[in-house]
Ligand binder design. Structure first.
Ligand SMILES: *[C@@H]1O[C@H](CO)[C@@H](O)[C@H](O)[C@H]1NC(C)=O
Length: 395
């Protein structure tokens, strides 16, 4: 057992906290009910407080809800139709597709043709990069793919696994096409970054664990090759934290060590361990997990990105921290370690005790898990839900 000074200090104050392990299911449920109020079943999208739709964050919201459903049969019955509404309606309402339509691009149909309407289309149309949940950014589509893996695991409906594999195929076609190796962040080829490459590792390993033994090896090999390349790029720095990406000379660009970049790799390596039984993947993940828990926290041991320290989280940054706790949960599932459980519990309880507003009968969770509560939107909400669901799962 790893008991740090910090852990002891938190434990001593435990009598003061209102949330504890017995309330995670209730807390997650109240969070989820509010999250669904930002969902439009007709478009299959979640909306922010200005009524603008999220795109890639929607993939994470899907993941979080499906993972919650896997822990609670009542939630599963509620979420299953939501998943189908996302799958069926979101591609036609993709924000980028709408932008092309309104700017007068006449070929927009190619952009948002839903996957399930592809039958009979010409091969050229069906290879358009924006078909279904694919779009101009490899990371965006990978978030959706992971959401559909979780959806497949929840519902057993093969169309969701197939969607993830379609997206994997699109990403796989890009492997090795950059001057640095790996895949590009985007189809415009502007940047080689950590997130898209970590997501490809995670997706490959996740598919490997969900397909038959006759095809599994292809995905295991893709995941192994991706990890072997990734750890040689220099994106993992001397602190064992992952910086944002590579510069034009294929060197670590020194950009921030966002929490989500420490999280996706944990999921990827944990799932690669599950697929192979090779525990060296867990050893390497543990170094990154422990580095993040040491360095990317406030003085109370609550997870922070730079935007939390500056109290100006918005846009993409609101979505990062939940990806870390989800990844730590995946790692914990393969190697239960007290300090990781303590970390997830501490963050889940702080969210409820310091970053909650009850308004109009709903439970709102904001961006700053250590408090004070500022404001909530679907992104901060689902990010908090990630952590509460992770805590529910491991306790
Ligand atoms: C947040 O605040 C920091 C520090 O003041 C600043 O450097 C950064 O640009 C701000 N970010 C946003 C998105 O406003």
């Amino acid at each position: 057992m790893h008991t740090s000074f910090l852990t002891l200090a938190i434990a001593a104050g435990a009598a003061l906290v209102q949330a504890d392990a017995s309330s995670y299911n209730q807390n997650a449920g109240c969070n989820k009910d509010q999250l669904l109020r930002w969902f439009n079943s007709n478009t299959g999208l979640f909306y922010d407080n200005n009524n603008n739709p999220y795109w890639w964050q929607g993939g994470n919201m899907l993941t979080t809800l499906a993972l919650f459903g896997k822990l609670d049969s009542g939630v599963a019955s509620q979420i299953t139709p939501v998943i189908n509404q996302i799958y069926t309606n979101a591609p036609a309402n993709k924000p980028f597709a709408k932008a092309k339509e309104s700017s007068g691009v006449t070929s927009y149909e190619k952009v948002y043709i839903p996957r399930n309407k592809l039958a009979g289309r010409s091969p050229i149309l069906s290879r358009q990069s924006d078909v279904g949940f694919e779009n101009s950014f490899y990371d965006d589509e990978a978030w959706w793919a992971l959401g559909f893996i979780a959806s497949w695991e929840l519902t057993g409906q093969i169309k969701y696994l197939n969607e993830a594999i379609y997206i994997w195929d699109d990403m796989t076609a890009a492997v090795g096409t950059t001057p640095c190796g790996g895949i590009w962040w985007d189809k415009a080829h502007t940047y080689v970054n950590a997130i898209a490459n970590e997501l490809y590792l995670h997706l490959s390993a996740a598919i490997a664990n969900n397909v038959g033994s006759d095809v599994k090896q292809k995905y295991v090999d893709a995941a192994k090759n991706q990890w072997n390349w990734f750890k040689g790029t220099g994106m993992i720095n001397s602190q064992n934290l992952i910086n944002d990406g590579l510069d034009s000379n294929c060197q670590n660009n020194g950009h921030p060590t966002y929490t989500y970049n420490q999280g996706v790799i944990l999921s990827g390596l944990a799932k690669l361990y599950k697929a192979t039984g090779d525990s060296s993947y867990l050893d390497q993940a543990a170094l990154i997990a422990n580095a993040a828990i040491s360095h990317l926290v406030d003085s109370n041991g609550i997870l922070v990105d730079d935007c939390d320290k500056n109290k100006n989280c918005s846009g993409d940054g609101e979505q990062f921290k939940g990806v870390f706790t989800r990844g730590l949960r995946d790692l914990y599932a393969q190697r239960p370690t007290d300090s990781w459980k303590t970390f997830i519990n501490r963050n889940a309880q702080s969210i409820w005790n310091n970053d909650l507003a009850i308004q109009n009968g709903g439970c709102f969770n904001g961006a700053y898990w250590g408090g004070p509560y500022a404001t909530a939107d679907a992104s901060t909400q689902s990010c908090a839900l990630d952590t509460i669901v992770a805590a529910l799962a491991i306790n």
